[in-house]
Design a protein around this ligand. Structure first.
Ligand SMILES: [Zn+2]
Length: 302
């Protein structure tokens, strides 16, 4: 009998499910659209249950892992808040366990992605690493000495809202000068709009940069420089062996990571006398959250 584990990643626009075997190999994937916010929490729970069934191969998994975009409490019981999900301080783990009859593990999506990169991706074999995901905003996770660090309330790794510019650009969170205002897909679009006088979306800027367009290259250099500046602060705080950069904006690769490495060295003290961690692209791509949730279901939440 083959044992399997299912991971489901719940994002703003879709629910992505994967089934893994005992070795962590992905056996099946499925995607369902995310019900609109107005559909309510039960509709999201239903989509998770159906997506998990889409991949289970007709046999219940040993356990179900759920990766969710937002704040999850330290115990992994409650989803506290996420801008794109309808749950508000909701006991999601227990609700899904009652509905499915399965052992359910719940964690924040960046923590799940970090676990996946640690076990099967770019941080494999590295005891201490940081994950920075650059999409619409910035997500993050901290792995120290082989464990995902969650903090006293489960909220560690929310790097995007560190203030990097006092009285800087207004952020959706209500503060000013947050890192993700300068280093994100939105920042990429804003910098390009200021330079060009018209709006291009992230994939359009990426395509132009790959074709060598100087404005698009300069936009990525700006976002990459801010990436390096922010990462330098994180390196000072956590001393990771590696910094893994994921998320949609990072798909452009070296055009972002090159300027980031330069800024990291310029912004870190004592670089002639210390190890500067490598900045490397994430390996698992958009399925990292779901794979990490399945691996957490297999390994248990540390
Ligand atoms: Zn903010």
């Amino acid at each position: 009998m083959t044992r399997s584990w299912v991971g489901v990643d719940v994002g703003g626009t879709k629910v992505l499910a994967v089934r893994i075997d005992a070795s962590g190999e992905v056996q099946a994937t499925a995607t369902r659209p995310m019900p609109g916010r107005s559909a309510g929490p039960e509709a999201v729970e239903e989509a998770i249950v159906l997506a998990a069934r889409d991949v289970d191969g007709g046999r219940p998994p040993v356990a179900l892992g759920v990766s969710a975009a937002g704040l999850v409490d330290a115990a992994g019981e409650r989803f506290l808040f996420g801008a794109h999900l309808p749950w508000r301080d909701t006991p999601v783990r227990r609700t899904l366990a009652d509905r499915t009859g399965l052992t359910v593990v719940l964690d924040n999506d960046a923590n799940c992605a970090a676990h996946a990169e640690l076990v099967a991706g770019a941080a494999r074999g590295v005891g201490s690493a940081l994950l920075v995901t650059i999409g619409t905003g910035i997500g993050g996770a901290i792995v120290l000495d082989g464990r995902v660090v969650r903090g006293a309330h489960g909220l560690a790794g929310e790097f995007g809202h560190m203030q990097v510019v006092p009285d800087g650009l207004a952020c959706e969170c209500g503060l000013r000068g947050c890192w993700e205002q300068y280093c994100s897909g939105r920042a990429l679009e804003r910098v390009t709009r200021v330079a060009l006088g018209r709006h291009l979306d992230g994939p359009e800027v990426t395509a132009l940069a790959r074709a060598g367009d100087p404005v698009a290259l300069s936009s990525f250099a700006s976002v990459g420089t801010w990436l390096g500046i922010g990462v330098a602060g994180l390196v000072s705080a956590f001393d990771p062996g590696l910094v893994v950069v994921g998320g949609g904006v990072s798909a452009v690769g070296e055009l972002l990571l090159g300027p980031a490495r330069t800024a990291l060295v310029h912004s870190l003290q004592g670089t002639a006398y210390r190890a500067v961690p490598a900045l490397v692209p994430a390996l698992l791509g958009p399925e990292a959250g779901a794979i990490g949730a399945a691996l957490l279901a297999r390994d248990g939440r540390s």
